[in-house]
Design a protein around this ligand. Structure first.
Ligand code: 13P
Ligand code: 13P
Ligand code: MG
Ligand code: MG
Ligand code: MG
Ligand code: MG
Length: 375
């Protein structure tokens, strides 16, 4: 049976700043989808991380379905009305266009969706991040599907021994490249290390996969808000759907990729590098310096279009150590204040509020040769 998992998310306002979504807004989104989604979707779940509201839907309309996208858009619109009434900060923040026009591409909300042949047991994990960007998924997705030190299944499970195919997007030039791992591992790394530009969009099994040949097995939202709005309107906090087990990374191999809190860009004002901290839903709110950037993981199984779960995968002492390391890194980096490499390099600051300040200083620069005070 072919089904589509569509995960769609947007920041439509939060309290008290960019910390956490309001339950009343979540309830309105949920109610809207219950009322209007009956004939469109077979099941759905709501979640959040920080100020980003998230909807995971299951249906049979395929990816890029205008009906599904419109349902999500209208649900976020309905939620925004509540956010405005409550005076939430940044009400409607990620809804960058006035009206829906057939597809959510370029409209603000993040979309991660894949059409799959549902397996007899179809386990998957939805990862959701706040205060960072789509490229924050590059390292963990690489580890899950290409690094045998993270995923020993690549070595010891014959079903997945052939490796995986990566679809990488150049989000500036709007181009895509397909690279097989392990054959093109170094080329893949040459690109995805530049995580503000080259982002992993999808992962597929190869035809040699013994259990699940030529299937889409992971997808990441890659929408760039600054490229849509032309100015800083918050970060493109991403989400990913990752299928697991049986010829794919096991649940624990997928989660293992987040045990090391590596540096991602985003955090305060979308302008700083900070450690990615894996947290349970009880800690899915942003506090210190509007962060640190966080990732939550909700595990499901899918059967005949119906969802079982979620299980809050990072709500576990096994990730306490990663959280402690993230806390130590936070302390270390914060002492650098507005200095690089805590603050992002100039090139990436173009998409923040700094250029407005620079513009004001522009005319005060003088020629060093002619006009310094020493002369
Ligand atoms: P499968 O049961 O999905 O083949 O994977 C084995 C496993 O779960 C090891 O952790
Ligand atoms: P969000 O993208 O999560 O709204 O972040 C905005 C911000 O600038 C936080 O400091
Ligand atoms: Mg926000
Ligand atoms: Mg956010
Ligand atoms: Mg954002
Ligand atoms: Mg098993």
């Amino acid at each position: 049976m072919k089904v589509t998992i569509s995960h769609i998310k947007a920041d439509i306002g939060s309290l008290p700043g960019h910390s956490i979504v309001d339950e009343k807004v979540m309830a309105r989104i949920q109610e809207y989808i219950e009322d209007h989604g009956k004939n469109l979707i077979s099941d759905f779940r709501m979640a959040h991380v920080g100020d980003d509201a998230q909807i995971t839907m299951v249906h049979t309309k395929g990816i890029d379905s205008s009906e599904i996208h419109e349902l999500a858009w209208n649900a976020f619109k309905a939620g925004t009305e509540v956010a405005k009434k409550l005076g939430l900060y940044g009400a409607g923040q990620d809804l960058l266009k006035d009206s829906f026009s057939g597809n959510l591409k370029g409209m603000g909300p993040g979309v991660a969706e894949m059409e799959i042949n549902e397996r007899p047991s179809e386990p998957f994990i939805v990862y959701m991040m706040d205060k960072t960007e789509p490229g924050a998924f590059n390292l963990p997705i690489y580890k899950m599907f290409a690094d045998p030190f993270n995923t020993p299944g690549l070595v010891i499970d014959e079903a997945m021994h052939s490796g995986f195919r990566f679809e990488v997007w150049d989000v500036i030039e709007h181009k895509a490249i397909f690279l097989d791992a392990p054959e093109y591992l170094y080329d893949l790394l040459a690109l995805i290390g530049s995580k503000e530009r080259y982002v992993i969009k999808r992962v597929y099994t190869k035809k040699e996969n013994k259990k699940l040949p030529e299937e889409n097995v992971a997808v990441i939202s890659t929408d760039k808000l600054s490229l849509i709005a032309g100015k800083y309107v918050g970060k493109d906090d991403p989400a990913a759907v990752v299928r697991i087990q049986s010829g794919l990374p096991a649940a624990g191999e997928s989660l293992e990729a987040f045990a090391f809190p590596y540096l991602v860009s985003g955090w305060m004002r979308g302008s700083f590098n900070g450690p990615l901290m894996p947290v349970g839903m009880k800690d899915a709110k942003m506090t210190r310096f509007d962060g640190p950037p966080r990732v939550v993981a909700l595990g499901y199984v899918l059967k005949s279009g119906k969802l079982e779960g979620p299980v809050d995968m990072f709500d576990d002492p096994a990730f306490d150590y990663a959280r402690r390391v993230a806390g130590e890194m936070t302390d270390h980096l914060r002492r650098m204040g507005p200095f690089e490499p805590h603050r992002l390099p100039d090139q990436e600051m173009e998409y923040t509020t700094l250029p407005v300040v620079m513009e004001k200083l522009k005319d005060r620069f003088v020629d060093i040769e002619k006009e310094t005070l020493a002369k």
